[in-house]
Design a binder for this molecule. Structure first.
Ligand SMILES: [Zn+2]
Ligand SMILES: [Zn+2]
Length: 247
């Protein structure tokens, strides 16, 4: 039971910071926050993503490229151009690392205002940090596992961020329904997104990339957006006003 709760905390915690910080803040900048809050978000992203930490810089730029080049050969990840899910994951990893280590020239429209905390990112992305998390997860499993099947959850903790990425970038471009007919394959995975905290409304998001709320229909409740609204109401972050027509 402890193991299941542990994995759920990492799943939804890691997902929240991917959606809230990396996606909606770093890539799309749907809200602003103080430097102090931004640094706290960097640290909490590291705490929850742990072994699979993604930097706001690498994620933000790569994700903007995904929106600009969706389903073309320049898309960093697309089921239309990658042979299978694992080939796509590998290519995504390579492009992410090239961006993160600044080995490639990037157009300024993709880098504009993407938050970067160079010192922290190089520590949080280091082999040393990843190894520490891996040792911690293994020790946690050794101590708390009560049935052998629970060990099957260990790889999920190690690969949390890539698993979250592949659910949206692979499955969210193949399966599901559309609210908007677009020149790309984006889909909404669920009518109520219990699994991906709103990220699953991927067709809505491709249509309105700068909108903080990914849900459009009444049943498309976006849990990350509800938390964003709460943080905005409490004054921790400042939502930018956006006018979008309702469906
Ligand atoms: Zn997409
Ligand atoms: Zn996006």
């Amino acid at each position: 039971m402890v193991i299941v709760i542990f994995v759920l905390v990492l799943w939804y915690g890691g997902l929240f910071f991917q959606s809230f910080f990396l996606h909606r803040y770093a890539a799309h900048q749907v809200f602003t926050m103080s430097k102090g809050m931004e640094r706290l978000a960097f640290i909490l992203t590291w705490v929850f993503q742990g072994a699979s930490y993604l930097s706001a810089y690498g994620y933000g730029i790569m994700h903007r490229m995904h929106h600009a080049y969706t389903d073309t050969k320049d898309d960093p990840h697309s089921p239309s151009h990658d042979a299978n899910l694992f080939a796509m994951m590998w290519k995504t990893k390579t492009i992410y690392q090239d961006i993160n280590k600044q080995r490639v020239q990037i157009d300024s429209r993709f880098t504009k205002n993407v938050p970067q905390w160079t010192k922290f990112d190089s520590f949080a992305s280091s082999r040393f940090s990843r190894l520490l998390w891996i040792i911690f997860y293994i020790l946690f499993f050794v101590y708390f596992t009560t049935a052998s099947w629970q060990w099957l959850l260990l790889p999920v903790t190690l690969l949390m961020a890539p698993i979250h990425g592949v659910i949206i970038n692979w499955f969210g471009h193949i399966y599901g329904y559309v609210n908007y007919k677009m020149k790309n394959t984006s889909k909404n995975l669920f009518r109520f997104d219990f699994l991906m905290m709103g990220e699953g409304y991927h067709n809505n998001h491709h249509k309105h990339a700068s909108r903080a709320n990914f849900g459009v229909k009444w049943y498309e409740i976006d849990i990350t957006y509800l938390i964003i609204k709460l943080l905005d109401a409490l004054g921790y972050i400042q939502l930018k006003p956006v006018r979008v027509k309702k469906l």
